[in-house]
Ligand binder design. Structure first.
Ligand SMILES: [Zn+2]
Ligand SMILES: [Zn+2]
Length: 345
């Protein structure tokens, strides 16, 4: 089968690989029908993710059809349409029993990281019963790819951890796919104000289309001042960090209101300063989280009932044999205006 393989920093190739086989009784083999590329895949290709060794097939998002199941799998059978969670979870260990699937003792974020991932014709899914979700008949499978990672990430790490509430004020720093996923799901809670902050006017325009009340271009270095003006000098109840660099975490610290929450979503590769000398008296909370994907069943229902239009995040489509072009397009998002790219079998 064809697969997109990480071959060390800066190197990726489409290679011919053996079809995966069942190795544990809880495994399923899924034939991928649609997958996508994540910003995290680009981090891996930069060499930022030490757990991902050269030779690994990338990808942790996708939908497909069950090809084979191990003897212990009871929830799925060959032919079933399934959504793949980016997080594999045994459902039994102590972190799983707390609903913290991201820290499963024998799972977590392993797909396309420490084991082969979804950017291939077939993938082996460990703990299949608790890591796959059935796709209802007639569902828009393309939009469901957004539920593998970005929608639950924006929602759990940004909106839920950030305690977005009716009538509250929210700033989302970073208007990329994850920031936009937070924007879409924040609106389930009816905040009064959602301010998108980004360097890219196109992404800000998309934010406005998706329901932001205000947009701030951070290119001039005065993003925090602009947010303070927009909030009458008060700052925001929730500041969602959706980039993962020191400058954007700094903006969040500058704009969080007294009693507010900074919800970090971004993957940070270098240390960032925490200004306790200004924040110590402000009653704020800072949260961090790796997505647990515990909200996938709920998000599936909101998608099915058209409360959220996740398909809006998809800007480009490629056949699998053009996956290198898909990487090129996704990697140059500022030029191509790409948000999420769908790769079809
Ligand atoms: Zn991802
Ligand atoms: Zn577990």
């Amino acid at each position: 089968m064809q697969a997109l393989v990480y071959n060390g920093p800066g190197r990726k190739n489409v290679e011919d690989r053996a079809k995966p086989v069942l190795t544990m009784p809880g495994d399923a083999i899924v034939r991928i029908t649609r997958t996508t590329i994540c910003g995290t895949d680009l981090h891996i290709l930069k060499g930022d993710v030490a757990t991902c060794k050269p030779g690994t097939i990338l990808g942790h998002e996708g939908v497909g059809i069950i090809d084979a199941v191990g003897a212990a799998v009871t929830a799925f059978k060959p032919g079933d349409h399934v959504l793949i969670s980016c997080i594999s979870a045994c459902g039994r260990c102590e972190p799983c029993r707390k609903g913290m699937y991201s820290h499963c003792a024998t799972g977590g974020w392993i797909l396309g990281n420490s084991i082969d991932g979804t950017q291939a014709e077939y993938v082996r899914i460990p703990h299949a019963d608790t890591s796959l979700y059935p796709i209802p008949d007639g569902a828009d499978e393309e939009a469901l790819v957004m539920l593998s990672d970005i929608l639950p990430t924006g929602f759990e790490c940004g909106v839920l951890n950030g305690k977005v509430a009716p009538g509250s004020s929210v700033a989302i720093v970073g208007s990329g796919p994850i920031g936009l996923a937070a924007l879409l799901t924040a609106q389930l809670y009816s905040p009064a104000q959602i301010i998108m902050v980004d360097l890219d006017d196109n992404r800000l325009a998309v934010g406005k289309q998706f329901g932001a009340t205000d947009i701030v271009n951070s290119g001039g270095g005065d993003a925090a001042q602009q947010v303070m003006v927009l909030t009458g000098g008060r700052g925001v109840d929730t500041a969602i960090e959706a980039v993962g660099i020191p400058a954007t975490f700094q903006i969040c610290q500058d704009i969080v209101a007294a009693g507010g929450t900074i919800a970090n979503v971004g993957v940070h590769g270098v240390k960032a300063d925490l200004h306790l000398e200004t924040l110590w008296s402000k009653n704020i909370t800072i949260t961090t989280r790796l997505v647990d994907t515990v909200t996938i069943p709920m998000l599936l229902k909101t998608l099915r009932s058209a409360r959220i239009d996740a398909g809006k995040l998809i800007t480009h489509r490629f056949k699998f044999d053009k996956i290198l072009d898909a990487y090129e397009t996704f990697g140059k998002a500022a030029d191509t205006q790409a948000l999420k790219v769908i790769i079809e079998a």
